[in-house]
Design a protein around this ligand. Structure first.
Ligand code: HEM
Ligand code: HEM
Length: 178
C-alpha cells in the first residue's frame, strides 16, 4: 500500500507527487503575480509565505528523492522506447529544477540582504554575503527556472493526459489511485 510495486505507485509516492504539484502550481501563480502587487505590507507578507513554502518544497523534494531511491518506481507502460526514455529525462529535469529553484530563491533573498524565515518559526543560516550584483543575477535565474518549470510541467501533464485519453493505458490512474 505504502510502497511502489512493479505495476503501480504506492501511497507515499502519490501523496508526495500531488502535494508538490499543488504547492508548485501555487508558487508559480503566486510568484508571477508578485510583480502586480504594489510594494506594501501585503506584498511583504505574500513574499514571506512564498519563501516559507519554497523551503518546504525543497524539504519535500529531498524526502521524495530518498523515497524514490528506497522504493523504485513501477515499470514503464508506454509502447515507445523513445518516448519512455524522453519521459525519464523529463522526470530528471523536473527533479533538478525543483531542487535548484528553492536554492536560488534562498541565495537571491540573502544576497538582497533579506533573511529567510520559515513560517516565522526559524531562520535559515546565512550561506552567502549581501551583494546587489549577485542578487540581480539570482533574480534572473529564478525567473528563467520558473519559466522552464512551467514549460516542463505543461509537457509532462499533457503527456499524462494523452496516455489517459488517447492511449487509454493505466499511467495516469496508477499515479492517481495506485
Ligand atoms: C519551487 C519553489 C519556487 C518557485 C516555483 C518559485 C517561483 C517564483 C516565481 C514564478 C517568481 C516570480 C518571478 C518573476 O516575476 O520574475 C518568484 C519570485 C520570488 N521568489 Fe520564488 N519560487 C520558489 C522558491 C523560492 C524560495 C525558496 C525563495 C526564498 C527563500 C523565493 C524567493 C522569491 C522572491 C524574493 C521573489 C521576488 C523577486 C523579486 O521581486 O525580485 N522563491 N518565485
Ligand atoms: C509540479 C508539477 C509536477 C511535477 C514536478 C511532476 C513530477 C513527476 C515526476 C518526477 C514523476 C516520476 C515519478 C516520481 O519520481 O515521483 C512523475 C510521474 C507522473 N506524473 Fe507528474 N509531476 C507534476 C505534475 C503532474 C500533473 C499535472 C500530472 C497529470 C496531469 C502528472 C502526471 C504524472 C503521471 C501520470 C506520472 C507517472 C508516470 C509513469 O508512471 O510513467 N504530473 N511526475
Amino acid at each position: 500500500m505504502y510502497f511502489n510495486t512493479r505495476d503501480s505507485y504506492g501511497l507515499i509516492a502519490r501523496i508526495l507527487h500531488w502535494l508538490i504539484f499543488f504547492l508548485v502550481a501555487g508558487m508559480l501563480i503566486g510568484g508571477f503575480s508578485l510583480s502586480y502587487l504594489p510594494s506594501n505590507g501585503l506584498k511583504s507578507f505574500v513574499i514571506s509565505i512564498h519563501k516559507s513554502i519554497g523551503f518546504t518544497i525543497l524539504l519535500l523534494m529531498i524526502a521524495r528523492l530518498l523515497w524514490r531511491l528506497y522504493s523504485p518506481p513501477p515499470r514503464d507502460l508506454g509502447d515507445s522506447l523513445v518516448l519512455n526514455y524522453a519521459a525519464h529525462v523529463l522526470h530528471i529535469v523536473l527533479y533538478i529544477l525543483l531542487f535548484l529553484q528553492p536554492l536560488v530563491g534562498i541565495l537571491m533573498s540573502q544576497t538582497y540582504g533579506y533573511p529567510v524565515s520559515v513560517f516565522g518559526i526559524f531562520e535559515l543560516p546565512q550561506i552567502i554575503w549581501k551583494s546587489p550584483l549577485l542578487a540581480n543575477f539570482f533574480s534572473k535565474v529564478h525567473t528563467v527556472i520558473a519559466v522552464l518549470l512551467t514549460v516542463s510541467i505543461s509537457i509532462h501533464a499533457a503527456a499524462a493526459l494523452k496516455h489517459h485519453y488517447i492511449d487509454r493505458n493505466r499511467i495516469l490512474i496508477r499515479m492517481l489511485k495506485g
